[in-house]
Design a protein around this ligand. Structure first.
Ligand code: AP5
Length: 214
C-alpha cells in the first residue's frame, strides 16, 4: 500500500509511522528525517535545507520531490511505503501522482491527523529524539526511564532545533497555509480518511489500522 500521513507538526505522524513499519513492514519515508540526515552529513543539500528548516519554512518543492523520487525507486518500496511529511504542498502532491502514474502505481489512502494547534506546542516543545536510533520520547507523556538517555540504545536524547516555541508557531502557520489544502486534494480523489489525533497513541494506532483496512 502507498499511504500518505497528513497532519500538522506534532500530530503524531512519525510516532504512528514507526509503529506501522513494525506491524506491516512498509518502509517509512520521512522527508524531515532525510533532510536532517543530509544536515548531519554536512552535504550541500543539507546546508540549503537547514536555512529553511531553522526558520520553520518549507524546503523548496524541487528538493523534496527529488528526494522522494530517488527513495521510492529503491527495492524496499516495491510493495508499498508510508509517506510521513510528504507531500506538503499541492505541487508536491501533483508531482507524486505523476511519478507514481509513470510506474503504474498510485496513492491508495491519505489519513489526516486532526488536532487543535493548542495541543501541539506542548507536544513539540517536550519532544526528545534519540541521536542514534531515532526513538521518540516526550518529557511528560512518554519520558525515558533515565532523563536524556534512550531506553532502547542508551544514546543521548536531543531536542530538535525547530522545536523551539517561536519556530513551532511559524511551522503551524505554514501548515495551515500550504499543507492543509491537501486534505481537499485527497478528499476529491476519494482517498481521505480523518482520525482524532488528540487521543492517546494506542487509540490513534487503532483508528489508523481501521482507516487503512476500511
Ligand atoms: P518534519 O520532520 O516532517 O516535521 P513535521 O511534519 O513538522 O512533523 P513532526 O516530526 O514535528 O511531528 P509528527 O507529526 O511526526 O509528530 P511526532 O510523532 O514526532 O519536517 C521538519 C521540517 O523539514 C519542515 O518544517 C520543513 O522545513 C522540512 N520539510 C520536511 N518535509 C518537507 C516537505 N515535504 N516539503 C518541504 N519541506 C519539508 O510526535 C510529536 C510529539 O508528540 C512526540 O514527543 C510524541 O512522543 C508525542 N506524541 C505523539 N503522539 C501522541 C499522542 N497520541 N498523545 C500524546 N503525545 C503524542
Amino acid at each position: 500500500m502507498i499511504l500518505v500521513l497528513l497532519g500538522p507538526p506534532g500530530s503524531g505522524k512519525g510516532t504512528q509511522a514507526k509503529k506501522l513499519v513494525t506491524e506491516r513492514g512498509w518502509p517509512q519515508l520521512s522527508t524531515g528525517d532525510m533532510l536532517r540526515t543530509a544536515i548531519g552529513k554536512g552535504t550541500a543539500l543539507g546546508l540549503e535545507a537547514k536555512s529553511y528548516m531553522d526558520r520553520g519554512a518549507l524546503v523548496p518543492d524541487s528538493v523534496v520531490i527529488g528526494l522522494i523520487g530517488e527513495r521510492t525507486s529503491q527495492p524496499d518500496c516495491r510493495s508499498g511505503f508510508i509517506l510521513d511529511g510528504f507531500p506538503r504542498t499541492i505541487p508536491q502532491a501533483e508531482a507524486l501522482d505523476q511519478m507514481l502514474l509513470g510506474r503504474g502505481g498510485q496513492v491508495e489512502k491519505a489519513v489526516l491527523f486532526e488536532i487543535d494547534d493548542s495541543e501541539l506546542v506542548s507536544r513539540l516543545s517536550g519532544r526528545r529524539t534519540c541521536t542514534k536510533c531515532g526513538a521518540m520520547y516526550h518529557i511528560q507523556s512518554a519520558p525515558p526511564k533515565k532523563a536524556g538517555i534512550c531506553d532502547s540504545c542508551g544514546s543521548s536524547l536531543i531536542q530538535r532545533d525547530d522545536d523551539q516555541v517561536d519556530v513551532i508557531a511559524k511551522r503551524l502557520v505554514v501548515y495551515h497555509q500550504q499543507t492543509a489544502p491537501l486534505a481537499e486534494f485527497y478528499r476529491k480523489q476519494g482517498k481521505l480518511t480523518s482520525l482524532d489525533a488528540s487521543l492517546p497513541a494506542n487509540d490513534v494506532s487503532q483508528a489508523l489500522s481501521r482507516a487503512i483496512s476500511g
